[in-house]
Design a protein around this ligand. Structure first.
Ligand SMILES: [Zn+2]
Length: 131
């Protein structure tokens, strides 16, 4: 352990449903959303979403200009979809990392098992789902 902070993501059910629906609507293009919540002692609780202004996406990339974002301390990261069906973060994803956590949802966006959380180094963070 070496005193390393054990991180975990807590995803509220309502937010989870919204992310999955949004990914389905945008398919076959990627969807991208900003995650809102709070982080305390390694626990990142996600309880809200925001659609980033001026976002753009195609079948292999989704992004947004960070300079247009209002400063909001509740932003903890982003969620985006991978229509290809693999939830591994791409090099581009890691270069465009925003906040503390990157959630990637793989097609077909149906189950908890399609949802993965990553840190800026590309290490997986465990997620628990909560009502
Ligand atoms: Zn990606």
């Amino acid at each position: 352990m070496g005193g390393k902070l054990e991180r975990k993501v807590l995803l509220k059910k309502q937010v989870q449903d919204s992310i999955l629906s949004y990914c389905k609507i945008k398919h076959p293009n990627e969807a991208i959303l900003i995650l809102k919540g709070k982080s305390k002692k390694g626990l990142i609780t996600i309880d809200g979403l925001s659609i980033p202004p001026f976002s753009f996406s195609d079948q292999t990339f989704a992004g947004f200009p960070q300079s247009f974002l209002p400063l909001d301390l509740a932003y903890v990261g982003t969620a985006h979809s991978h229509p290809s069906g693999s939830a591994q973060p791409s090099v581009t994803d890691l270069h465009n990392f925003f906040g503390l956590v990157s959630i990637i949802v793989q097609s077909p966006y149906e189950e908890n098992s399609d949802i993965f959380a990553w840190d800026s180094q590309g290490n997986q963070i465990p997620i628990s789902f909560e009502q």
